[in-house]
Design a protein. Structure first.
Length: 372
């Protein structure tokens, strides 16, 4: 006799000592993909290179029949099709989006889930309607405290069958900077299916779990949302029974375009002797990045990189540049960012049971041959 649906959905766990990536994690990794680090050279990430994390299946998103409902603690509920949404004044915002689990695969012990290294990030120009515009059209009741967003993707996770749902505090949903968008375009074109076609939420500064894709419903509530993705998943925990703290805004991070050229399997970089320009991007969802430092000696001898001046895109990454002199042998290059709040990337591993917000400094092994 068959059991319940929970029989096929395993609880969260940590990998055992020496345990490698298993078939389940490999299945996740083939469905999701990270940013090739050489694509950090683009100010705006081409859609096919932007990181993708899909929890369940990519639902069919027919723009002709899609409807977005806005209801709950509002004076006038709305049901909007795509033409009705496009009739509102549109805005475009450049936003760096990062998966909350970025860096998980580098942790010890390793949480078993999507095995990100450092590539779970991308930056796009998102076009749509400010959420506060839609809520203003509805009229927000005085007792509303949260906005709950429901996507069309449906699945089971740790025994819980669900639509993907997340919430934002009402103060964040109504904020002007950063301004949350109901987006229908990416980099000037319709949303690709894997990025939420035809509608998604874009919440600048927040980790990717808040940017609900395939958005079909917004409900204002007078109580805190306690759904799975809010109260069970996406929390900083040290143990299985720890209630934890919620994952919210992006911690500071800098990444480097790996210099030179790669070995196919190991991705070890080969560089020629002499001056090497290092470049990459830095960002934070908490405060503007104010400093980037690099190191060519595996964590010793940090020195400051040149950071591009602000360009008006407050919630997007910034380019940095530095020079390093390569000498024959093996080296490890590192980079770290500090933001205006004083938060800096750690050089020692931070750890939590879900593998969230691991912004440990990037380390790029390079080899400089004696023959040049």
């Amino acid at each position: 006799m068959d059991g319940g649906i929970g029989d096929i959905s395993a609880p969260g766990r940590l990998a055992g000592p020496g345990e490698g990536i298993g078939p389940d994690e490999l299945a996740l990794a083939t469905r999701n993909h990270g940013l090739p680090l050489e694509a950090l050279r683009y100010d705006v990430t081409p859609p096919g290179l932007h990181y993708v994390l899909v929890h369940y299946d990519i639902p069919e998103g027919d723009a002709d029949t899609w409807r977005l409902t806005v209801s709950g603690r509002v004076r006038t509920a709305l049901t909007l099709d795509l033409p009705a949404l496009r009739a509102f004044p549109a805005v475009t915002r450049r936003v760096t989006m990062e998966c909350a689990g970025n860096g998980r695969a580098r942790l010890t012990p390793r949480p078993v889930s999507q095995p990100w290294l450092v590539e779970g990030v991308g930056t796009a120009d998102w076009t749509g309607v400010p959420l506060r515009t839609l809520l203003g059209e509805c009229g927000v009741e005085p007792d509303a405290v949260e906005a709950v967003f429901t996507g069309a993707d449906h699945g089971v996770e740790r025994g819980v069958e669900q639509d993907y749902r997340r919430s934002l505090p009402l103060r964040d949903a109504l904020r002007g900077d950063p301004e949350v968008l109901v987006a229908y375009a990416m980099n000037g074109g319709p949303l690709p299916p894997q990025h939420g076609r035809p509608l998604r939420l874009v919440a600048p500064g927040w980790y990717g779990m808040a940017h609900v894709k395939w958005l079909r419903d917004i409900t204002l509530t007078d109580t805190a949302f306690t759904g799975f993705q809010q109260q069970v998943a996406y929390r900083y925990r040290q143990s299985a029974d720890d209630p934890g703290e919620p994952v919210t805004r992006i911690a500071p991070r800098a990444l480097m375009v790996p210099p030179g050229f790669p070995d196919f399997m190991s991705r070890t970089r080969v560089v020629r002797p002499g001056p090497v320009e290092l470049t990459g991007r830095a960002w934070s969802g908490r405060a503007p990045v104010t400093r980037v430092e690099v190191c060519g000696d595996d964590g010793g001898g940090w020195y400051e990189a040149e950071l591009d001046p602000p360009d008006g895109h407050t919630w997007a990454w910034r380019r940095w540049r530095a020079w390093w002199t390569a000498t024959p042998g093996r080296h490890v290059l590192s980079v770290r960012a500090t933001d205006a709040s004083g938060a800096a990337q750690p050089v020692e591993q931070p750890w939590n049971r879900g593998g969230f917000a691991n912004n440990l400094v990037q380390r790029v092994p390079v080899y400089c041959p004696e023959d040049g």
